[in-house]
Write a protein that binds this ligand. Structure first.
Ligand code: ZN
Length: 485
């Protein structure tokens, strides 16, 4: 007789269901785990024996083989403990085999029999609840919050192996079914109005407003001390909160509730390696900064100082909103829909654009410095503005910018995804401009997208000439930068 139940392991950021089979042979008592089990999984034998002894169950009574399917994929993690324990109890005749075949189990066992919470549980819970044949999925009480975010009626909370035994032998529905839990609370505390701390800088504030409203990547070039970092940091507090689906995706990546009240803001130092920025590495898959910034902001200060391979590696996520990680035996595609905010000095000394201080860099050094950010990368950044120094003109307030971004996101969500069309005369004028400036199709498309955001900010149904002129101005520095490269 073979007993079968279900557990899950992490594969990248997603959970993958593992079938846990067990079979009994009449020979010397021992437990054997097969199916590419990692060290932690193999050690579960001893944890489970200790737990069961505590419950007065002496196992194994014969040779038991626990097999993990699919056998070709390596499995790591202590979260399989509970499923393996249940499969062993079933094949020993202590749990009904027909019942556990329709159930999933997640949780690490303490020697006392307590079921403890596991990191990044939400992805594994999701994989189990998505399986049609599974009717009930038991998860640790310690992962109550993750379970409530997912909100599946199949999920039930357990605190010990003993309580699992009771539920399965007495056939009762737990009161701790997740559907009875209140939805998780997110903090409603107002965030600091960081944008108001930046004095003046109307142009930069406007650029930031447009970038966040239309989800356009932005690069700020300016002399040191003009507020590039503070402007970028304020971006996180200006964005609307995560919606339910985004919250699930973000918590699959971060695996803790701390990150969930606000959108992620990642600011890796310029010494970061390409694999730390993009993900990968040897051994266990490392989640890259681009994925940690999913649905949030990736802030790269001193942009040209990053390693060349790290900067170039951004092409794919900037274009596709995802990053592919190739490894021996597996190709992973990780989500990376972030908004890039990059800041840089105009030259190595930083004063090339300054009206107050002269730049002493020789032209070839300026050229070499800027060339570190290649044309293809600049081509994927819609908005580029230069800040020549402190601009005294005040920009819009934090509250106003935040409200406008929220409004535009709503408009964009309700609109069909077709590209923005131009009304007759505006179209002629725009085509003339594109021909005169030899704009590529990609550049035209970017200009139109930015202009669409500007029209939305101004609450206009049609894009007008003014929007195109402003979009052109917001892109001009990108043109200037790429002409240097
Ligand atoms: Zn300089």
């Amino acid at each position: 007789m073979v007993a079968k139940t279900f557990g899950s392991v992490l594969h990248g950021i997603n959970g993958e269901v593992v079938e846990v089979e067990s079979v009994r042979f009449n020979s010397r008592p021992e437990i054997q785990i097969t199916g590419l089990a990692g060290n932690v999984v193999r050690e579960s034998r001893d944890r489970i024996r200790a737990c069961l002894r505590g419950l007065g169950i002496d196992t194994p009574s014969a040779r038991l083989v626990v097999h993990l399917v699919p056998a070709t994929q390596k499995k790591e993690g202590s979260q399989l403990d509970l499923a393996i324990a249940v499969a062993i109890l079933a094949v020993e005749g202590l749990l009904p085999v027909n019942k556990i075949g329709k159930m999933g189990f997640l949780g690490e066992l303490r020697l006392s029999g307590e079921v403890v919470g596991i990191p990044r549980a939400i992805a594994m819970m999701e994989s189990l609840t998505a399986r049609k044949e599974l009717e009930r999925v038991f998860v640790p009480v310690g992962n109550r919050w993750d379970a409530a975010v997912l909100g599946s009626p199949k999920l039930e909370l357990v605190d010990s192996l003993q309580s699992v035994l009771e539920v399965l032998t007495q056939n009762e529905k737990r009161e701790t079914a997740v559907s009875t839990l209140p939805p998780p609370e997110t903090s409603a505390a107002p965030s600091d109005p960081l944008l108001d701390y930046v004095r003046g800088q109307a142009t930069a504030k406007r650029a930031l407003q447009v970038a966040l409203a239309g989800r356009h990547h932005l690069i700020l070039t300016g002399t040191p001390g003009v507020g590039k970092s503070l402007l970028s940091q304020s971006a996180q507090t200006l964005l609307p909160p995560l919606n339910d689906q985004e919250r699930i995706e973000v918590s699959k990546i971060h695996g803790n509730r701390a990150a969930l009240d606000e959108r992620p803001f990642r600011a890796p130092h310029h010494s970061v390696s390409a694999s730390a920025l993009l993900g990968g590495g040897t051994g266990e898959v490392r989640i890259g900064e681009v994925t940690l910034a999913h649905h949030g902001i990736l802030f790269l200060d001193e942009f040209p100082e990053y390693r060349r391979d790290a900067i170039e590696g951004l092409r794919e996520p900037l274009q596709e909103g995802a990053v592919r990680i190739s490894r021996v035996g597996a190709n992973l595609k990780m989500p990376a829909q972030f908004l890039l905010l990059a800041a840089m000095n105009p030259c190595p000394c930083g004063y090339l654009l300054s009206r107050q201080q002269p730049c002493r860099c020789p032209p070839d050094r300026v050229w070499a410095y800027r060339r570190r950010v290649s044309g293809p990368i600049l081509d994927r950044i819609e908005i580029a503005v230069g800040l020549p120094g402190v601009e005294l003109r005040e920009g819009p307030s934090h509250a106003l910018v935040k409200a406008s971004i929220e409004r535009v996101w709503k408009i964009q969500k309700s609109r069909s995804p077709e590209g923005p069309a131009l009304e007759g005369r505006t179209r002629h004028w725009f085509n003339d401009l594109c021909n005169k400036e030899f704009l590529s199709f990609r550049s035209r498309d970017k200009l139109l997208r930015t202009a669409r955001t500007l029209a939305d900010l101004g609450e206009r149904r049609e894009i007008d000439r003014q929007d195109l002129v402003e979009a052109w101005a917001l892109r001009c520095d990108a043109k200037l930068l790429s002409s240097v490269t």
